[in-house]
Design a protein around this ligand. Structure first.
Ligand code: MN
Length: 309
């Protein structure tokens, strides 16, 4: 069953007989889309396998979010399957992601994308702007800034540079970098030079109370209008609880700290949140799939805190 009418030369399929958590395919509510893009890996590969592994294993978990809000987070969600991509063709793949996510946002109101490498967020950002006519706030939750000029040297567009492309090609009104702790001098200078940015390194988040954190995030969200795009690289979590990533960095957030940020963005962002990306989970780098229960919990918590639109 296909959920889209977009460009007939793009083939869509569901990678397994299952849907995520057994939710309806092409149903109503928040749409969930697998984006198994992995074209610009610079260290440990494997993110392309994440949507299929998460979908298959999700059948065996309890569907319980962290906080009981008295709602079933899966009651208003559907699984669109995975986008079919062309291995190694970054720009072509970003065009496909843009066109599919644009259509999905127009039809379902918002999309939760399961990556795949983080570069896919550039395609999602363009889709948010195209479908909504504006692009408000980009929230980048990540151990890294992904704002290099080139990485590896000579490569302008990759998982380590795509935020610069979001800034230059999509033009968010404001941008937040949350949970970063590992960067290159040039890129940190670049993000410090941005107007309308909020920089929350890992160390600050750990020292802050939940109240302070929520005030900061609310201040950002209330200061700008337009759609909100939340992009979560799971390497923001500490490698001791999230070993299954391509580029692990020490002294990361614990799950409760990540959840505070996510909840604040979804609470104050409300119906303006049009896209949430959960990216960079890498099953081949995850011994015994030890990180998988946390990925499952994160997806459930995101669905739980997203406001019905
Ligand atoms: Mn990262």
């Amino acid at each position: 069953m296909r959920c889209f009418t977009v460009a007939s030369n793009i083939d869509f399929y569901v990678t397994s007989q299952y849907t995520l958590f057994g939710i309806p395919r092409c149903g109503s509510g928040t749409s969930i889309l697998g984006i198994p893009m992995e074209d610009t890996v610079s260290f440990r590969p494997g993110t392309r396998f994440a949507p299929g592994v998460i979908r298959t294993w999700s059948q065996y978990f309890e569907f319980t979010p962290t906080e009981d809000l008295g709602i079933d987070p899966l009651s208003k969600a559907c699984d669109l399957g995975d986008i079919s991509l062309l291995q190694g063709m970054v720009e072509k793949n970003l065009e496909r992601i843009n066109s599919v996510v644009s259509e999905a946002i127009s039809k379902w109101g918002r999309v939760v994308s399961i990556g795949g490498e983080h570069t896919l967020s550039l395609g999602v950002a363009k889709a948010v702007r195209e479908s909504q006519g504006s692009y408000g706030i980009y929230v980048h939750i990540d151990a890294h800034l992904d704002s290099r000029e080139e990485w590896p040297v000579g490569q302008k567009l990759s998982h380590a540079t795509f935020v610069r492309h979001i800034v230059n090609e999509v033009g968010p009104q404001a941008i937040a970098f949350v949970g970063f702790r590992s960067y290159d001098k040039d890129e940190v200078n670049f993000v410090r030079g941005l107007e309308n940015s909020l920089l929350l390194p890992t160390r600050d988040i750990k020292l802050m109370s939940e109240h302070e954190l929520r005030l900061l995030i609310r201040g950002l969200i209330d200061s700008y209008s337009g759609p909100i795009h939340l992009s979560i690289d799971v390497d923001v979590l500490d490698p001791s609880i999230m070993p299954g990533v391509g580029n692990p960095e020490g002294f990361g957030l614990n799950y409760g700290e990540l959840l505070r940020v996510v909840k604040a963005v979804l609470d104050y962002g409300g119906s303006r949140v049009r896209a949430v990306d959960i990216v960079e989970y890498s099953p081949p780098n995850d011994p015994g799939l030890a990180s998988l229960p946390m990925i499952i919990k994160l997806i459930l918590d995101v669905l739980n805190y997203l406001k019905i639109i």
